[in-house]
Design a protein around this ligand. Structure first.
Ligand code: FES
Ligand SMILES: [Fe+2]
Length: 396
């Protein structure tokens, strides 16, 4: 757990120093190795237990940038539960269960902006704060008290560019985190605040169904051991193989992936050192959210478990004119990626490569060759993820 609400990750200067030392020595951060039973990826009963735990966990719902203006709303199915977020006239973001209080029709489909939330089925109308405002032909419901039939809200908190929600189910135990812990673990004093709050312009959203267990998709982001082998022509030309900084804070972690242009800093006074365009920070916010900083943008990725071998991956990409400009300038004297390709095309190809590997793992797990999946000391952020999951499942 993070002590007294403060995150214990190193500042940018310290990260640069540690990266340069690793480059010099040909080393990488190492932590605990981990063996995860293969059955934990394949067994429906294990998945059901995980889903129960996830519904008892606070989580990131959306980046604030997904609903910048009053009336903006967006739906998402979190841990199998249909929800939506809407920004009120008071600019507060609220999260509701996505069901009309008449006959449970899902009120919000996709993303949009409106002055009120009107159910398409029979026209029940809700204010942006969730209150039921109008029932057509209300005389047909003589016993209905409108003041008790507003939308059902999930407690949430918006800090540092993220909307974080309370557990969806009550777990009846005090040993698992509640919303105050959610605030501490996911938002309070967060080191990504600078990046995320300023990257307020949403430029891209995509939701893709993957036939994979959600944990394989999380693991995809948490190590740099595969950079040369998987990303030979995409990321490897501009990055290092198996060279990353791994930090954990509470149930979360941050992995730093440096770009080769970081070595130019050796010749420069430390007072001029910055990380912009010289590394990627990948934050894993337990259980299922990734925040990644890229040269000209920030990505928030939500990995939603749907079934034991089925997940929905939603990617939100944000930027600012300032970030884009900084990336352009960095590109003049440093090329973090190869082939003169645009950053976005390299990122796209890299993501395709990652998904090919994850699909291959999903297939291979069923081969019966392995009793467990082996994670090395240089893949310790993955071990941390599984250890936290295991510890919390034991508390259920
Ligand atoms: S289900 Fe929404 S108005 Fe009938
Ligand atoms: Fe990768």
């Amino acid at each position: 757990m993070a002590a007294s609400g403060k995150f214990r990750v190193a500042d940018d200067m310290e990260i640069i120093r540690r990266v340069l030392a690793h480059i010099e020595a040909g080393t990488t951060d190492e932590g605990e190795a981990w063996r995860e039973p293969v059955q934990n990826y394949l067994h429906p009963s294990r998945f059901a237990k995980e889903l129960r735990l996830l519904r008892c966990s606070p989580s990131v719902f959306i980046p604030s940038a997904a609903i910048p203006n009053p009336g903006d709303h967006v739906e998402r199915i979190s841990f199998g539960v249909p929800l939506f977020a809407v920004r009120g006239r008071d600019r507060q973001a609220r999260v509701f269960r996505n069901a009309c209080r008449h006959r449970a029709m899902a009120l919000v489909a996709g993303a949009g902006c409106s002055r009120a939330l009107v159910c398409r089925y029979h026209g029940w109308t809700y204010r942006l704060d969730g209150e039921l405002a109008h029932i057509p032909h209300a005389g047909g419901f003589p016993d209905l008290d409108m003041s008790t039939r507003g939308l059902v809200e999930i407690a949430s908190r918006e800090v540092d560019g993220l909307v974080v929600i309370d557990p969806l189910d009550d777990h009846g135990t005090d040993s698992l985190p509640r919303v105050t812990d959610a605030a501490r673990e996911l938002t309070d004093g967060s080191p990504w605040a600078d990046i995320l709050v300023s990257a307020e312009h949403l430029v891209f959203v995509e939701s893709i169904v993957q036939q994979m267990n959600w944990k394989i998709l999380v693991e995809q982001f948490l190590e740099g051991y595969h950079i040369r082998s998987t990303h030979r022509d995409t990321f490897y030309p501009g990055q290092y193989d198996n060279l990353s900084i791994v930090e954990t804070f509470g149930p979360n972690s941050r992995i730093t992936f440096p770009y080769r242009n970081i070595e130019r800093l050796r010749q420069r006074p430390t007072s001029t050192w910055t990380v912009g365009g010289r590394l990627t920070y990948v934050y894993h916010l337990f259980p299922n959210t990734i925040v990644a900083t890229l040269p000209d943008r920030v990505a928030v990725i939500a990995i939603d478990p749907v079934g034991v071998d089925r997940s929905t991956v939603t990617t939100y990409v944000m930027t600012t004119p300032g970030l884009a400009e900084r990336a352009r300038q960095a590109a003049v004297n440093a090329v973090p990626y190869n082939h003169n390709a645009s950053v976005s095309s390299v990122l796209h190809r890299g993501a395709v490569e990652d998904n090919e590997m994850s699909a291959g793992v999903q297939r291979g797990l069923r081969a019966g060759a392995n009793a467990f999946v082996e994670f090395g000391r240089h893949e310790s952020a993955i071990g941390h993820f599984h250890a936290v999951l295991e510890e919390r499942l034991a508390q259920l």
